[in-house]
Ligand binder design. Structure first.
Ligand SMILES: Nc1ncnc2c1ncn2[C@@H]1O[C@H](COP(=O)(O)OP(=O)(O)OP(=O)(O)O)[C@@H](O)[C@H]1O
Ligand SMILES: [Mg+2]
Length: 201
């Protein structure tokens, strides 16, 4: 724990940034089982927002583990720390005025609530999106072959198979990807952020 550190406030506030950027930063936190569609939806949403000339950026599970979080594994403690760091980084992006999309399994309710709390402390919007599909469906999709490996015991602590997934109790948005296609999922999220006034289109 560092001592002798002092927070240096800036001269411009988030609301001033909103005024000049023409959008309000918000963290769109996608959570769900592996292969539920978090990355697929986040990529499509990021591109859609960019084409609307909105400042948006995606923080995605594996990608962050190649860099910032490359020292972390998949045991519960590491998963907690993974999400804590992502929560802090997402908060910084959102504070900058960005529509920040995060795509992490984030299986533990307490971790997601911590990320939510971090944002609340700074009065920054946090939108939890439950990207939901039954285990049978995601296991049949298995785009990375991970469920097959997990079933064969080649991957330890795999969410949904040998590690828990704690579904959100009251997410702001609930998308069932076995019923709704990617374009519709993007529309649902865009409609929400427009209704909240984070962007105008
Ligand atoms: N409605 C849908 N929304 C999103 N993805 C869908 C949908 N229907 C089918 N898919 C397919 O499901 C798969 C979802 O994979 P994706 O990598 O997006 O999952 P993920 O949630 O990011 O998983 P992981 O946690 O392993 O990164 C893709 O192959 C995608 O094409
Ligand atoms: Mg993904």
């Amino acid at each position: 724990m560092a001592t002798n550190i002092h927070f240096h406030p800036g001269s411009s506030t988030p609301s001033e940034r909103s005024q000049y950027l023409g959008q309000t930063g918000a963290t769109i936190w996608l959570t769900g089982l592996s292969a539920s569609g978090k990355s697929t939806i986040a990529c499509a949403l990021e591109q859609h927002l960019l084409h609307l000339a909105k400042f948006s950026y995606r923080l995605d599970g594996d990608n962050v583990r190649f860099g910032l979080n490359k020292d972390l594994g998949f045991d519960e403690k590491s998963r907690n720390e993974n999400i804590r760091r992502i929560g802090e980084v997402a908060k910084l992006f959102t504070d900058s005025g960005c529509i920040t999309l995060t795509a992490f399994i984030s299986p533990y309710r307490a971790d997601r609530n911590l990320a939510r709390e971090l944002h609340a402390q700074s009065s920054l919007p946090f939108v939890e999106v439950f990207v939901d599909a039954p285990l049978t469906v995601v296991e049949a999709r298995d785009p990375k072959g991970l469920y097959k490996k997990a079933r064969a015991g080649e991957i330890k602590e795999f969410t949904g198979i040998s590690a828990p997934y704690e579904a959100p109790e009251s997410p702001e948005i609930h998308i069932k990807t076995d019923e709704v296609d990617v374009a519709e999922a993007v529309r649902i999220i865009v409609d929400y952020i427009v209704a909240k006034g984070y962007i105008t289109i």
